[in-house]
Structures are given as C-alpha cells and as structure tokens.
Design a protein around this ligand. Structure first.
Ligand code: DGT
Ligand code: CA
Ligand code: CA
Ligand code: ZN
Length: 591
C-alpha cells in the first residue's frame, strides 16, 4: 500500500502537470494543499482509506474528487488522471522543475511560448534569445536560469536533500569564517536549516557588512567549495564537495532582520506575514516593513522596521514565532507561543550505550561526558540479547553490567547513574527480557530494531503492547525510520500517542540526525495527546552528545514544552517518575 509520502508525491505530480498544461489555478491549488495535508498527516492514509473510503473526506483539505484519487491509488496502485496527464506533457518538462527558481507556471510559459520540451531545448531557447523575448521574462530571470542550469548539471545525480545534522555543522564552520571577515556585523543561517527541518534542500547564509567585496572574497575561498555558481554583489551561490548548494545573501546591517525573516521562511509563513502587513496598510519584503504607498503603485512609504525580526513582529502586532514553528504550525502567531523546550533545559540523558554492547565509551567515560554537560542523571542502556549484531547482553551479562554501573556510581558524586537497558520490542510486541530481569533495572527503554516492514496495523499492536507494559518507561525511536534510507514502521500514531499518555510512558525523540524519530508531526500528536516525551542522544560515541540540538529542534517543531519533556525535570521528579511507573506493575496491563 502506498505511504503518505507516496500519496503526497502523486498529488504534487498531478498539480505540477496541471499547472504545466495551464490549468485553472483553483484546481491546481487544491491538489497542492491536499499534498501538504497528506505529507503532514500522521495517520496512515492507505490504512484509513482501505478501512473506510469515506473517512478521507473528513480530513480537512481532501475534497470529493481528491479523496477518490487517493482511494484509487490505494486500491489500484495507479491514478488514471495522473497517467493521462503524463501522456499529455513531454517528460523532459518535468526535469525542468528541478531547476532552482523554476516552477510549473514558468515551465508552462517555456512550453507554450517558446516550444521548449526539455533541458536541451531550454538551453537553445536561452542562447537564441527566444526565451528573453517572452513577456515577463527579463534579463535577470534568464541570467538566474543560466545559474540554475549550471547548478543542475554540476550536481548530476547527487541526492537532492541533505540531513540536518550534516548541513548545520558545515553552515556553522562557514559562518565562523565569515564572521571573522573585515566589516562583517552579523551572520546567520536561514532557510529550512534554521527552521530545524529534518532535511534541507540547500543552505541559506546571510551576512550583513560594510564591505561586500571582502565578504564575497571570503565566501569564494571557503574550503569545500567545489564550484561557484554565481558571485554578484548581493548574492553568491556555490556547490560544495558532496553536492550541497549554498546560497549567500549580503545585506546592509539595517535590514538584516528583514532579510533573516524572509529567508528563514517558510514560504507559507512569509505569505501570512505579508498579508498581515497589507491588512495593516504596510508592505513587507526582504528589505523591511514599510508604510504602504500613497497611490496604487507609487513607491512604498517610510520604513517601519527592518533591523531585527523582533521589531518586525512587534510592528505587526504579533508574538515572535520561533523559527521551528514557522512551518507546520503555518502562520499562527497571534496567540502566545508555548514555553518550548530548549537545549539549555536538558539535564539528563536516558539512552546511552557502552562498550558492553555497541558503544565506544566505557561506563566511566560516558559518566564523565554527562558530567561535562552539566547533567544530573545518566542512564546506561545497552542493547538486549535479540540485538545480536549490536552485541546485545545476555541475562547473565546484564546482571554483571548492572553491578558495574552501581559500582561506578561512587566515582560520580554529582551524577546519578541509572542501570537500564534498551530492550528490543520483538515483532509481536513482547519484550526481549523477562519481567523479573526488567524489574532489576532503574529504567527500561523499549525499541523496535527488527521487523520494521510490518503492516501498519501490526506495528500499532506491537507498539501498544510495549507501551502498556508497566516496566517500560520510554519507547525508543518508535518507528525505526532512517532518514533518506528506510521508511520504518507506520503505526497509527493517534493510537500510539493516546496510549502513551494513558500509561505515562514517554515516547522518545531520538536525536541522531539520521533518525529524528519521533519526527516533528509525531511530536505534535504526542503534545496534543498529553503524552510525555524523552529527548535522548542514544549515545554510542562522544560526538553523539552534540546531536541534542537536532532532537530539540524536532521537538520544538512539534510544539513540545519543557514540562512535557522528562529530560528537563529536576532529578527528584525524574527519579520519582521512574520509580512510580514501575510500582504500578501489574495494574491492569496487557501482557
Ligand atoms: P529547502 O532549501 O528546500 O530545504 O527549503 P527552504 O525553506 O530553505 O527554501 P529555499 O532555500 O528555496 O528558500 C529559503 C527561504 O527564502 C524560504 O523558506 C522562504 C524564502 N523564499 C524563497 N523563495 C521564495 C518565494 O518565492 N516566495 C516566498 N514567499 N518566500 C520565498
Ligand atoms: Ca534552503
Ligand atoms: Ca536557497
Ligand atoms: Zn539505542
């Protein structure tokens, strides 16, 4: 059965193809909206449609005709309308959509006004001047197109998105160089990376300075630049070794806030802010918030705000929306923003491996690392026996490991060391250790590691069983997905989060940037259900502790508050939760 992402991709494909044929934009927008809804819907749409085809209609954004298309894809694995459109539109035109700055409406113009059908004919149309003669196709647009084609050709078959934890360190090392460049006032990354999205299409850097030349020189001589795509006075672009694109904007310091706001996006949030500005008789763009023009198309009026994001939100009468909320929460920042969890609040790591299973640190090294982070609690949670490939511990080895953890405690007066385990949730939801063994542990993280392709309904039952187990404290990386690698389980997350809230079991946001599991939309459901969430680095080596920020960003995107995150609690509250949960053992649990 198709995944939500596959359904979203089909809906987007229909929208793109309709747009390219010049179809009515209401119809096109309905498909685009439905694609966004499908992508951020936490329930498995195929499961929903298979159980009751009319259920889809209840989801806001799916009209009758679109719901029917989804049912068609679920039941027949094809959508006749999509195939008809594919027959009508030359396939080479779709490739043009991957060019930066080129959308389907532009492709419609290329096709209908200049007879362009693929990349090769687009290049000839540029060279012959045929393109420049199309209405609304200025010289600047054609120049941008050349840049985009160069980028496309240089990137070749590289992946089109990169994982947050791979992009952010590169962005920061580039910013460090730019910040030390002469005349630079402020430098930041914007775009999807600043919103903490799990993958980024390209990096957007922003610098304010007195000397554009110096910044451009510094940028162009950064290490790992493979190929320069553009080097203008206010915009540079380059491809890095590995294929990621970096866009740099150079602005005056007075407008840094406006540019940061604009280039942070999301596009939907920008649209919301612009409309808000218009309603208040103002205009907002990347150069600032201005009074509206006097006449219908005169120049904009006086500058209202531009130096900081805060000043712009304030002038619009809005609360500042943290960047992580500028995407899935859409535009809504009229209400006070919740007290989101922050990296500085985290005082405990509850998922860490030592050399006893597949970690590279000893108990003592891990504990020293936790102390250096200012943590008050660390749980040692090595793998259980079913994870043989990760050197999971037999019951006998676990007994000795618990003793070693208890013995190490004496050396760390400021840190509470907990003896735990990351216990496999077997395919049917049973746990990999018997209850008497689990009862010896201070903390049990139960995680799925194998059988990650099971049907959604089976996966739901599996997780519900583990959640209801009274000796389980935390469900580790609940779906087992690997970003850009493996889909993982697709359980009904409404049921999973409701059950977690009911039993007081925490759901983990695994901070590793290849997991980020729970993902943002699942965190949002957990928050809505009132479930507890654990944000853990799943430490296997010292560097993993630095991934905390990615897990926190994911949690913030889902709207997680400090109160609902167990890692932020005072030690006494955390220990009380761990102990109390165990003592309800046997109270009506299904085993
Ligand atoms: P990505 O790179 O695909 O992960 O996603 P973003 O959000 O970083 O997108 P990008 O790099 O194309 O543009 C960065 C931001 O600039 C975007 O979030 C909002 C703003 N922006 C760029 N193009 C447009 C546009 O055509 N309209 C509006 N409203 N905003 C735009
Ligand atoms: Ca970007
Ligand atoms: Ca960009
Ligand atoms: Zn683990």
């Amino acid at each position: 059965m198709p995944t939500n992402a596959e359904i979203a991709a089909s809906l987007t494909a229909i929208a793109d193809l309709l747009d390219i044929t010049g179809a009515n934009s209401f119809k096109v927008n309905a498909y685009r909206k439905a694609a966004r809804v499908a992508e951020s819907e936490a329930q498995d749409l195929a499961t929903l449609a298979a159980a009751d085809p009319s259920a889809l209609r209840k989801i806001e954004g799916f009209g009758e005709s679109i719901a029917a298309k989804i049912v068609e894809q679920v039941t027949t694995h094809r959508i006749a309308e999509l195939e008809r459109l594919r027959g009508e539109v030359p396939s080479g035109l779709l490739e043009l959509l991957t060019l930066q700055g080129v959308g389907p409406k532009t492709v419609h113009l290329f096709w209908s006004k200049a007879g362009v059908t693929d990349l090769a004919s687009l290049k000839s149309a540029i060279d012959s001047g045929a393109l420049a003669s199309i209405d609304r196709m200025g010289e600047k647009t054609v120049e941008n197109l050349r840049t985009a084609i160069a980028a496309r050709e240089a990137a070749g078959a590289q992946p089109t998105r990169f994982r947050l934890g791979q992009a952010v360190p590169i962005a920061e090392s580039m910013l460090a160089v730019l910040r030390s460049t002469r005349g630079v006032h402020r430098a930041a990354f914007a775009g999807s990376a600043r919103r903490g999205r799990e993958t980024v299409g390209d990096l957007d850097l922003l610098v304010s300075c007195d000397d554009h030349d110096a910044v451009r020189q510094a940028f162009l001589s950064l290490p790992f630049i493979d190929r320069v795509l553009a080097h203008g006075d206010t915009r540079c672009a380059a491809l890095l070794v590995g294929g990621m694109q970096v866009d740099l904007r150079i602005v005056d310091d007075e407008v840094f806030g406006a540019a940061l706001l604009y280039f942070t996006g999301s596009k939907d949030h920008n649209v919301f802010l612009r409309e808000r500005a218009i309603a208040a008789k103002m205009r907002l763009n990347e150069y600032g918030l201005h009074q509206a023009p006097e006449g219908t198309d005169g120049p904009v009026g006086a500058l209202v705000a531009a130096r900081t994001e805060e000043s712009i939100y304030a002038a619009l009468g809005l609360h500042v929306l943290p960047p992580e909320l500028r995407e899935i929460h859409g535009g809504d920042c009229e209400h006070p923003v919740p007290d989101l969890v922050d990296t500085a609040h985290v005082r405990a790591e509850l998922h860490a491996h030592t050399t006893a299973s597949d970690g590279s640190l000893t108990i003592h090294e891990l504990a020293s690392l936790a102390v250096s982070r200012g943590f008050h609690t660390l749980a040692i949670t090595d793998h259980s026996k079913a994870s043989a490939q990760a050197n999971g511990l037999s019951v006998e080895r676990l007994h000795r490991h618990i003793d070693a953890i208890r013995a190490a405690q004496a050396d760390f007066p400021t840190l509470r060391l907990l003896a735990g385990s990351e216990v496999d949730i077997l395919a049917d939801g049973r746990l990999d250790y018997d209850d008497d063994t689990l009862a010896l542990l201070d903390v049990v993280v139960a995680s799925p590691h194998a059988a990650l392709r099971q049907e959604p309904a089976t996966a739901t039952k599996r997780l519900l069983r583990a959640i209801a187990h009274p000796l389980v404290h935390i469900i580790g990386h609940p779906t087992g997905r690997i970003l850009l690698g493996r889909e993982g389980l697709a359980p009904d997350m409404h049921e999973v989060t409701a059950a977690a809230a009911e039993s007081g079991t925490a759901l983990e946001v695994n901070c590793h940037w290849s997991r980020l599991d729970l993902r943002d939309i699942h965190v949002k459901l957990a928050v809505a259900a009132g479930a507890l969430v654990a944000i853990d680095c799943d430490i296997h080596g010292a560097e993993d502790a630095d991934n905390l920020r990615y897990g926190v960003a994911t949690a913030r995107r889902g709207g997680l508050t400090r109160q609902s995150c167990v890692n932020t609690w005072e030690q006494s509250a955390l220990l009380a939760w761990l102990k109390d949960k165990k003592s309800t053992r046997g109270a009506g649990a299904t085993r």
